[in-house]
Every structure is written in C-alpha cells, then in structure tokens.
Design a protein around this ligand. Structure first.
Ligand code: GLY
Length: 354
C-alpha cells in the first residue's frame, strides 16, 4: 500500500482492493452515503455500497450516464433531488466511483449540497487516479463549453484501487499514461527514466513498475495542488500540453481520448519552446521517444491550423489577445511563454504535422 498526503489535508491511498474499505475513510458520525457511479461501473459501485452498508451506513447507489453525458445540470439536479428525498445532512457523504467525469460530477454535487458536504473519490481510470480525482477541481459542462460551472472542493480521501485499474481497456490505460509522462516532464524526471527503461512494464497496470509510476505522478499532483489549490500560478504547470491538446479535443468534438490529445499537445509545446529558443532539440526529441514508446500519438494532421488557433485563443490561460503556454526550459523546469509570434506558432504546428 502507498499513501500520498495532499498537503496534510487528505490522503490518496493506492492499493489493491482499497475501494472496499471506503467505510474506513468516511469519517465519524456519517449516517448516509450516496455512491455515484456510471452505469458501466455498476459492479464496482454496488460493491462499494455494500461495504458501507456492512458498516451500518445507509448507502444508496445511483447510476449516471457514461463519459461527458454525466456532467450536466440535469444529472446534477437528479442527484440533488435524491439527496433531498433521503434527508442527507452536512455530516453525510457522497462517494464518486468512476472516471474523471463522474468524480467531477460527484465532487460538484458535494460542493453544492447544503453549501458543501464531504466527498470521497474512488477513481477507476488511470486518468482519474493521477489527475481528475486529486486536487479538488469539480464541475459540470454547459451548452457553452466544458467545465464552465464548478468549484474547488477537495475530497476527504481518494482511494485508487489497482485491481479495478487492471480491468480497464488498454487504450484508456495508455491514454492515462500521457498525464503520468507529463508529470515526468514538468517535475519528476525519474518518471521518464522509468518509462524509458521499461515501456512494456509502464503499460502493464498490475506491474510494480506501473505502481511506482502512478505513485510518483500522484505525488507531483499532490505537491502542486497543495501549494496552489485555486490555480493562481503554480498549478498552471499541470496544464502542460493542454493548450494545444484542448484545441484538438474541441476541433474533434471530444471524440478523441483526452490523454492522446495531451500527448500531441506536449510535443507541440516542446516544438514551440524550441522555436522560441528556450528548449533544446534533444529534449523535444525525448518527448517523441517517450510518448511513442508506450503507444501514444506524437503527430497531428496538417490543414487544421486556423481552427486550432481559434480554439487555443479561447483557452483559460489566454489573457486578452496574448496566447500563453506552459513550456519547458529543460526537463523539470516549466516556465510560461507569453505572446509567441505567429511564425513560432506555425513552425511548431508544421513540426507536429510533418
Ligand atoms: N487537471 C489539471 C488540474 O487539476 O489542475
């Protein structure tokens, strides 16, 4: 078992079978729990619910749609109605069991019910474990865009059950590795060394190698968010690769896996830093080598620049007319690049679409 403390405020437990021990972390005086899971994860959701009932807690399981369809005001309102019907009070809890969309939704409903009740996150995807479920970002989507309504609401605990991870489709697991590798580039180069020394082990969820990678990535996230919960500065480094990555997702109407878009986005950010004269070609090449060694994409089709640039200008990091990127000066040395020239932007695009 590994335990990562997030600034002493809560713990992330990484262990096989830990999802059955939610009752150990709910806290004192809890009488009711609402376990929110996607319909496709009914089995895990019901196991978690049963484990809470065994400990005398009135636990209710509720299925929500898969993926982004869960993150709507309509689904949130259905959950608020359930909480009202079952008389949930401020000392009761919500448990989010699923990928990042469900942990975002469960966190948002917990943040808003009675102005905030505790949430326990039980992420069931690699992306959820190393990113979405840790750090307290919660939210839903609106017709105008993703994550436009939300709140910072740190969880009471996060339980990463390695047994559940082993049942994931391989493509989803590999896509989640993009966020792990991102943590290697921005803070912890040992992650890159581990992937380079054994890419096969990195892509095998029940290997000791994978456990170490996940733990290291969670430590990076925990350290960053404990210093800057509200993303006033440092937390922005977690968006490495996301400016171009989010633009790809928008242009493709969110049909591409987030991690795949972020992988290409990191290569773009590296090429941009190189074009701006702040990063060496050697580190750019390392991006392509590490990402492709685990099967992640490193190139994007040409011919989409106008739409991608428009999407990037809507990014949350943009200030007025200035595009802002997180880039690297070297491995583990993230900096901001403000207002890159049109030529630098296009040179980087030409390099990723070559
Ligand atoms: N996913 C980036 C963050 O949590 O800040």
């Amino acid at each position: 078992m590994s335990v990562v403390s997030v600034g002493g405020d809560y713990e992330v437990v990484i262990e096989s079978g830990c999802s059955r021990r939610v009752a150990d972390v709910v806290g004192d005086g809890v009488q009711r729990a609402l376990v929110v899971h996607p319909d496709s994860m009914r089995g895990v959701g019901e196991r978690v619910t049963a484990s809470l009932r065994d400990r005398g807690i009135d636990a209710y399981a509720v299925g929500v749609p898969d993926a982004e369809d869960a993150k709507t005001a309509v689904v949130a309102a259905e959950l608020w109605a359930l909480l009202g019907r079952h008389g949930f009070t401020r000392t009761d809890v919500i448990v989010g069991v699923g990928g990042g969309t469900v942990t975002d939704l469960a966190g948002f409903v917990a943040a808003t019910w009675l102005r905030g009740v505790p949430v326990i996150q039980v992420p069931t995807t690699l992306l959820g474990m190393v990113d979405a479920a840790v750090g307290g970002k919660t939210g839903i989507n609106t017709a105008e865009g993703k994550n436009l309504v939300g709140s910072f609401h740190p969880p009471r605990a996060v339980l990463c059950d390695m047994d559940v991870l082993a049942t994931l489709p391989r493509e989803d697991y590999v896509a989640g590795l993009a966020e792990v590798i991102k943590c290697g580039f921005i803070v912890d180069p040992v992650i890159l060394d581990l992937v380079e020394s054994d890419p096969q082990g990195a892509t095998t969820p029940d290997s000791p190698h994978a456990l170490e990678l996940i733990e290291r990535a969670i430590r990076v996230k925990a350290d960053v968010v404990s210093q800057d919960l509200r993303e006033s500065s440092l937390r922005e480094i977690l968006n490495y690769g996301h400016t171009f990555g989010h633009a790809i997702e928008q242009v493709e109407h969110y049909r591409r896996r987030h991690g795949e878009a972020v992988a290409i986005g990191m290569v773009y950010a590296a090429e941009l830093a190189c074009a701006a004269g702040v990063l060496s070609r050697e580190v750019v090449d390392r991006h392509r080598a590490v990402l492709s060694s685990v099967g992640l994409p490193t190139a994007y089709e040409s011919g989409h620049w106008a739409r991608l640039e428009t999407a990037m200008r809507r990014d949350k990091k943009t200030r007025g007319a200035l595009l802002r990127f997180v880039v690297l000066e070297d491995v583990a040395r993230p900096v901001r690049l403000e207002g890159p020239t049109e030529e630098q932007l296009r040179t980087a695009y030409a390099a990723v679409s070559a």
